[in-house]
Design a protein around this ligand. Structure first.
Ligand code: ATP
Length: 547
């Protein structure tokens, strides 16, 4: 980051603390790494962002329904989704397909054997061929949906061989195994992944059982101890969800049947997720506890690409619609070598952060992978029957299929950071003495702003506070969050509310007592106009609706 960009982040972090948007968690105890508390203004801003998302994704749509699932789910959910695989066994990532698998269960081609990479179809073969060419500078031969040219040379090396050549053109380190689905030997190092936070369900302290086991197995080697302890822990282990998405797959049938939803339809959820991130960075951009806003949209197989484009555009427009700088939001298509093996296409919606473009939301076409995996692991029939459609296989009316899924998955807390960055504005204005001073304004969209209006008596006497409190009561009755504020000189109060992002300041002054009017000041232009005090609520309401 350049100095200037760095300083924008520093300014945001310090304003967040000063104005009460975000505090470091447990600050008086020295803070907890990468944990944050949303303060009096932050909690309002976060709720407003999430409520706006819910309004556009659930309330305003006939084809989406919402849920609020428990954070701790049955551990089998995480077995089926693949999240649990890395807990006790070393895992490896295929660098091409992104498939994650257990090294000890992978196929182990022997010295001299060919290493064909078997793809799902010709399109994927082409994409993987290009990805390998880009990354490893070799062009494998395509034979239908198989990529050829690789062979194991010895226990530690595999090579690329041109047609009819016995001499390898290039060699690579061989792990002794290949990815189970595609047979690909381009792999990451083995790693122990502990992405999920583990805890124990039930009142029995698992440590007692572990110490007994240790006492009875004093001579066991470290592998046997690890396996034994693992077995004990596993019996009562549960996990904090690392994403909100899985609940929508698991509750697919209940939601579809209880609400008589017809494909295409979606299930939306927002809430906390937890990830033991290896690197936490950029303030609240990547933290271990965060909030997500996700939707699984179930579609007929074959229509997924149209729907992917639809949701990509919808979501990008949504983010832009609350921004001062919509040009800073873009989408980026995933390259073939970035795609998860179950996804057939994916876009990231990105924002231009001070450190460059980075992810804000992922919009992925996840095929029928998730529903099929949960059907396989649970035995539930997670499919959909469309009476009006002809089964393409039999030609008869009535088609039962596993829906494909489009998933727009956004970060709520990451979105909050984006809107803080977007809102931060400094300008030079004259102060009361005519000197230049810097005015900091958080130009938050009025519907996102934590406080919608500040109601300010010019002085704390002469009956002005009473009139101001009557106006406040009107707003509260209408469910609009306003703040009564009488401390400090009026200019200072305006500045404080500029920094809080309050779009309107309504001031009660001497004239109010004479003609019943108040001033309304616009945060961005600082323009003031007189309006009847009795009209203040209606005028602010109208401005909020039309903003
Ligand atoms: P990243 O690559 O940035 O870690 P991801 O691809 O793992 O994100 P997803 O699993 O697609 O993220 O989650 C959807 C959204 O949730 C992300 O686009 C991001 O906005 C948010 N998100 C994911 N991880 C975190 C985190 N650790 N802290 C804050 N927000 C997060």
């Amino acid at each position: 980051m350049s100095k200037e960009q760095n300083s924008l982040m520093d300014k945001i972090v310090s304003l967040c603390k000063q104005r009460g948007f975000i505090f470091q968690s447990s600050e008086i105890y020295g803070g907890l790494k990468s944990a944050y508390d949303y303060g009096p203004l932050g909690v309002e801003l976060k709720r407003n962002i999430m409520n706006e998302w819910w309004r556009s994704m659930v309330h305003e749509r006939e084809d989406v329904t919402g849920i609020d699932a428990s954070i701790v789910m049955h551990p089998k959910v995480w077995h089926a989704s693949g999240h649990l695989a890395g807990f006790s066994d070393p895992l490896v990532d295929c660098l091409i397909s992104k498939e994650r698998f257990r090294a000890d269960k992978a196929p182990q081609p022997k010295v001299g054997e060919e290493l064909p990479i078997s793809c799902v179809d010709k399109g994927q073969a082409k994409a993987y061929q290009e990805a390998i060419k880009k990354r490893f500078e070799i062009e494998l031969r395509r034979n239908g949906k198989t990529l050829e040219g690789l062979r194991v040379i010895d226990e530690k090396t595999f090579g690329f061989f041109e047609t009819d050549s016995d001499v390898s053109a290039t060699t690579f380190p061989y792990a002794g195994y290949v990815g189970p689905t595609f047979g690909c030997p381009f792999l990451s190092e083995e790693r122990q992944f502990n992405l999920m936070f583990r805890t124990q369900l039930g009142p029995v302290d698992v440590l007692n059982r572990i110490s007994k086991f240790m006492e009875n197995n004093r001579d066991a080697d470290s592998k046997a101890i690890r396996e034994g302890v693992d077995e004990i822990v596993k019996e009562s282990a549960v996990y904090l969800r690392p994403e909100t998405a899985q609940a929508m797959f698991v509750q697919f049938l209940n939601c579809q049947q209880s609400m008589s939803m017809k494909v295409p339809f979606g299930i939306a959820q927002m809430g906390k997720s937890f990830r033991n991130e290896i690197t936490t960075e950029h303030f609240i951009f990547r933290s271990c506890e965060f909030e997500q806003m996700e939707m699984e949209f179930f579609v007929e197989p074959g229509t997924q690409h149209e729907w992917l484009d639809y949701w990509r555009d919808k979501r990008l427009e949504w983010w832009k619609s609350y921004a001062n700088h919509p040009e800073k939001f873009i989408y980026r298509k995933h390259d073939a070598d970035e795609l998860a093996h179950y996804a057939d296409a994916c876009y990231d919606i990105e924002y231009e952060y001070p450190w460059g473009y980075d992810e804000l939301e992922g919009v992925a076409s996840r095929t029928d992978y998730d529903l099929k995996k949960h059907a396989e692991h649970s035995g539930a029939k997670l499919s959909y029957f469309d009476q009006q459609k002809e089964d393409p296989k039999t030609g008869k009316m009535g088609w039962r299929y596993t829906p494909y899924v489009i998933e727009p998955a956004a970060g709520a807390t990451r979105g909050l950071l984006v809107y803080l960055l977007d809102a931060y504005h400094e300008e030079t204005v004259k102060d009361a003495k005519g000197n230049d001073s810097t005015r900091v304004v958080m130009k938050l969209h009025p519907r996102l702003a934590p406080i919608k209006a500040a109601i300010l008596p010019l002085v704390k006497k002469e009956g002005l506070p009473e009139i101001a409190r009557e106006i406040v009561a009107d707003f509260f009755k209408a469910g609009i969050n306003v703040k009564y504020d009488e401390n400090h000189a009026i200019g200072k109060r305006y500045r404080r509310h500029d920094e809080a992002g309050t779009p309107y300041c309504i001031t009660v002054d001497g004239q109010t007592k004479e003609d019943g009017t108040v001033t309304i000041r616009d945060r961005d232009t600082m323009a003031q106009e007189r309006i009847p005090a009795k009209e203040a609520l209606r005028i602010v309401q109208e401005r909020l609706v039309n903003s």
